[in-house]
Design a binder for this molecule. Structure first.
Ligand code: SF4
Ligand code: SF4
Ligand code: SF4
Ligand code: FES
Length: 982
């Protein structure tokens, strides 16, 4: 702590605290234009100058020290602040009344007011550049750009896409994309960080332009005229009275612009933000206070909301008549659903029905879906799409440490000094988590090892990139564990104190020598030893993995091998350590947590534990089934076997995202009754008997649980589109038509019920989650949560973790002479899964209009393929026609196909073989052959895709280059150069 006097009043500062943070904390007003707490000091604007012990310093660039005497309003300090701000105004045309950024939060406007500026000394000087409109989502206006560099800092050091810079040496500096490209042709990934942090209107969301203000939709000529008028009166009236007018206009906006907090609907990172709306128009997404993301988003969360007001939205229930559907009232449709479910239950028994909950829906909705299945119908046949991705990771953690969730938080990944990423294209599938790793790696010396088939962005950034043969991760992971144990590099103290099963585990590692691992995986022994030593030398390591691990026949075992490796190296129980299976969908964690699983009631409580059942039976006042139900893979088999006759599915495009899609589609067409609830007429709806229009996340309340076990509230941003209903209401109404007598009027009542029945969520309630507050489960009754698990004990009765031996079986469906190529698949940054939501955003479709298959340069040369060549891929299960993209991201005989297609889904090619422990399909074990078709089309990635860009990495905004300009002088040479009203 340090004692500091600010304007004569004593304050206690934390040692090393930035003066600007201390000043802000104490409520003293000091201008600060370029400083943003999430960016740190960039020191470009000089407006925060204060007098410390008689010297002028930048408050944002100075650390608090004991005994400092700070004067924020001395003549010298204010003179320097005003001088610095005057320079800023020379770069910015003040036209607040007709500016879409005049929303009470414009830093330039507010600083003009704070400093009581009446007239500029340095007149505004336009820059010799055009406005850049070439990105579909935002535009840059050089004339409004004050060169604060916040955007550059955000792009270089927070997002770490390294697209932006400022040409400080140029006579007319400006922000540059890729050193001088049009935005639309640059490496910009449209994450929106730069737009979010811009303190004025230089970078703005296009959805704001012409919509936010009362006068801003005027034609350009009229606007220019008005700006001229304002400029004309300024010498007479000064800025004070002009600002009063703009503030009145800004105040009027508050009545028609709503700002509502929500949680992103796409991936499991759990970004949260305010959504600004005017009627149903989405003005912008404003991230700032999200506990997982702060100012960060990716293209989908920031700009991918075209689905909300899409004309394709389902707005009325549909009932099948022959090959067609007809519109129906809710009353009729719910009647048919309830009638058909009752009929099947009566004639074939409850287990002839099955329920699929959505990991896009809320926790409360998932809870109701499994309650409908169990308590109303009487079956445990309920599952969710974590079966397709996360169940093996959960199993690996259940076996070893006890909880099926990430062992820490995103902040732990930031703190680790070594990150090992296995089978995760993190920069595209979990972009905001990737930013934290990229940033720690770039700025704080974090080491990064990546193991993957593809040389994606994280692989290219890694200190060490391994490319094992497909499906061999278990082998090399076990070999590293053995090597560490054999060479006394394991953490024996930790093992002694906290881990059971070492002897048996050690024995199980016998076959896993480095020599054998190298032979099986194709990674050299030397590289594997380097990995082992990097792990042994790391003080704190996190392992991140995803579907490149889990979607294999040994997905559960490989996840277990990862957890074992973390245990023998003592990488649990401390900040910066642990296991992070990155959850795919926004609420895939929550769907399982809340009981949409055939063997678990909410909170991972087994259906065959009589005590657990009794608690739920007492709460729900019904008798519950005790035997495990069917998972969604088994459901498909049971339909084919004639045992399963009816299904109720919410918000899952199962006919495309399940493996062996043709087989799944055939199953659906055999059902006696199939009800699908969705917001669009998905491919799966084609098989339905009744289609019910649900509501997207922006049109309802509830909670989502992200990958770091973080439960967060979403609020209703927009009323449900006429004809649609929030999914919890639909499920409630179906249940009530079946005689359930549910009285829920608000999702908070459902959460209260969950908390009362589920120890893991005992302390969760809506009050504790209000606004941006969040809880990371388990949550004790008093509301204490656990951002880092296992700080005191592991989640087993004796408090110790278990080493769980896993043997090597090897992948199925390996290439042979007939199917000679390995096909990998996964996500693309811009799209979510098959793209049912993201294709509805024009800008996303423009940048990534279609799927493709990535072909290595070697294979392309051998087969005469170029980017755009149409090829036919044929597997043992089906075929698709798709355009090739030749890229060195893939090597040799390995192909990669992103999932974003309904017309040519990769799952027409994947098979039905699964991980036997969890029944998760082995999507990543698919062999195909490739036939070159005669047509050559356009490159499937258009030229305006960011992958064609050329980033310009540098160390942030590099303000030192500005300070070296011959025309730069530090403000405050004793001159108060402006006339103010003070
Ligand atoms: S990648 Fe593009 S949108 Fe994201 S911060 Fe950089 S320039 Fe801005
Ligand atoms: S565009 Fe960048 S440099 Fe210009 S004002 Fe906005 S954040 Fe500052
Ligand atoms: S898709 Fe994921 S990373 Fe992107 S904004 Fe949404 S939650 Fe964040
Ligand atoms: S806020 Fe300190 S230099 Fe800009």
């Amino acid at each position: 702590m340090a004692d500091i006097a600010i304007d004569g009043i004593a304050h206690a500062a934390q040692s090393d605290e930035l003066l600007i943070d201390l000043i802000n904390r104490t409520g003293v007003s000091v201008p600060h234009v370029c400083y943003h707490p999430q960016l740190g000091p960039v020191q470009t604007c000089d407006t925060c100058v204060v007098e410390v012990n008689g010297r002028l310093v930048r408050a944002c660039g100075t650390r608090a020290a004991d005994g400092m005497k700070v004067f924020t309003k001395s003549t010298k300090a204010v003179g320097a602040q005003v001088e610095a701000f005057d320079r800023i105004l020379s770069n910015h045309l003040l036209y607040c009344t007709v500016c879409d950024n005049n929303n009470g939060n414009c830093t330039v406007h507010n600083t003009t007011k704070l400093l009581a500026i009446e007239h500029q000394r340095i007149p505004f000087r336009p820059k010799p550049y055009e406005v850049d409109n070439t990105n579909p989502f935002y535009r840059y206006d050089p004339d409004q750009c004050i060169l604060c560099g916040r955007c550059v800092e955000a792009c270089q050091n927070v997002e770490v896409n390294e697209t932006l810079s400022i040409n400080w040496e140029d006579p007319n500096p400006r922000v540059l994309w890729d050193g001088g490209s049009a935005i639309g042709e640059s490496s910009c990934v449209s994450c929106g960080h730069c737009v979010t942090v811009c303190p004025c209107n230089a970078l703005m969301e296009k959805t704001m332009l012409g919509h936010a203000g009362f006068l801003t939709s005027l034609k350009k000529a009229a606007l220019s005229g008005m700006i001229e008028v304002v400029k004309g009166v300024e010498p007479e009236t000064g800025y004070g009275s002009i600002l009063q007018v703009s503030e009145a206009e800004s105040a009027m906006r508050e009545h028609r612009i709503r700002k509502t907090k929500t949680v992103c609907t796409y991936c499991g990172v759990g970004c949260s933000f305010d959504v600004w709306t005017k009627d149903r128009h989405i003005l912008k997404v404003a991230p700032e206070r999200g506990p997982a993301n702060g100012i960060s988003t990716c293209i989908k969360g920031k700009f991918g909301w075209g689905h909300i007001n899409s004309e394709d939205r389902l707005t009325t229930p549909l009932i099948r008549e022959g090959d067609k559907f007809r519109q129906a009232s809710w009353d009729e449709a719910l009647g048919v659903v309830a009638g058909s479910l009752s009929e099947i239950k009566a004639s074939r028994g409850p287990d002839a029905l099955a329920f699929i909950s959505s990991s896009k829906c809320t926790n409360e909705e998932s809870y109701l879906m499994q309650k409908l299945a169990r308590a109303v119908i009487g079956t445990n046949n309920v599952d969710n799409c974590s079966r397709y991705c996360q169940s093996p990771a959960t199993m690996g953690l259940f076996r070893t440490v006890g909880y099926g969730g990430d062992s820490g938080s995103i902040s732990d990944m930031e703190q680790a000094d070594l990150i090992l990423i296995i089978g995760s294209n993190t920069a595209e599938s979990h972009p905001v988590i990737a930013t934290r790793v990229k940033s720690s790696h770039k700025l704080h010396g974090q080491k990064l090892i990546v193991s993957d088939l593809r040389e994606h962005e994280m692989a290219r950034r890694a200190d060490l990139f391994l490319h094992p043969k497909p499906g061999t991760d278990l082998f090399w992971l076990n070999a590293i564990s053995r090597y560490l144990l054999d060479n006394d590099l394991a953490h024996t103290k930790f093992l002694d104190q906290w881990v059971n099963g070492l002897d048996e585990y050690r024995k199980s590692l016998d076959p896993f020598t480095m020599e054998a691992a190298s032979r099986v995986s194709g990674v050299t022994e030397e590289t594997l030893k380097t990995v082992a030593h990097m792990i042994a030398n790391a003080k704190a390591m996190c392992i991140l993995w995803a579907m490149g691990v889990t979607q294999h026949t040994q997905g559960s075992d490989t996840s277990t091998a990862i957890a074992n490796l973390l245990l023998i190296t003592g990488n649990y129980m401390r900040p910066g350590t642990g296991a992070y299976p990155l959850r795919g969908h926004n609420n895939v964690q929550g769907a399982s947590d809340h009981g949409s699983m055939p063997n678990m009631l909410p909170g991972y409580q087994s259906v065959n534990d009589p005590k657990v059942r009794q608690r739920f039976e007492a709460g729900w006042k019904v008798k519950l089934p005790s035997t495990k139900g069917l998972d969604n893979h088994e459901m498909v088999e049971a339909i084919h076997a004639g045992k399963l006759k009816g299904m109720y599915l919410i918000g899952e495009e199962m006919s495309i995202v399940d493996s062996n899609a043709n087989y799944v589609g055939d199953a659906f067409s055999k059902l006696d009754f199939f009800v699908v609830q969705d917001i669009f007429f998905s491919n799966t709806c084609r098989y339905a008997d009744v289609v019910l229009p649900g509501a997207p996340s922006l049109e309802k309340e509830g909670t989502f649980t992200s990958t770091e076990r973080r439960v967060q509230r979403l609020y209703e941003v927009l009323e449900p589109l006429e004809g649609c209903r929030p999914d919890w209401k639909i499920t409630r109404d179906v249940a009530n038509r079946l005689g359930a007598g549910w009285h829920y009027q608000h999702p908070s009542e459902i959460m209260d019920e969950i908390a009362s029945l589920t120890p893991m969520f005992a302390g969760v309630n809506y009050e504790r989650l209000a606004g941006y507050k969040s809880l990371q489960w388990p949550v004790a009754a008093d509301g204490t949560d656990e951002p880092l698990l296992y700080t005191k004990r592991f989640a087993f009765p004796d408090g110790k973790a278990k080493l769980f031996p896993v043997a090597w079986i090897g992948p199925t469906d390996v290439p042979d002479s007939k199917f000679d190529l390995h096909l990998n698949n996964g996500r693309l940054l811009e799209h979510f899964h098959e793209g049912n939501l993201t294709y509805r955003t024009d800008g996303i479709r423009e940048k990534t209009p279609d799927t493709f298959v990535e072909v290595s340069p070697e294979l392309a040369e051998e087969r005469g393929i170029q980017s755009g060549t149409w090829v036919q891929l044929v597997s043992r299960y089906g075929q698709v026609r798709v355009r090739a993209l030749v890229t060195d991201r893939v090597h040799g005989m390995e192909l990669y196909m992103p999932m974003n297609s309904v017309e040519s889904p990769v799952n027409r090619l994947t098979g039905s073989h699964t991980d036997p422990v969890t029944n998760t399909p082995a999507y990543k074990e698919t062999s195909v052959n490739l036939k070159v078709l005669p047509e050559v089309g356009e490159n499937p990635l258009p030229r305006n895709n960011s992958r064609f860009g050329h980033p310009t990495p540098q160390n942030g905004v590099e303000v030192e280059r500005k300070w070296k300009r011959p025309d730069y002088t530090q403000p405050g040479n004793g001159l108060v150069q402006l006339r103010t009203n003070q």
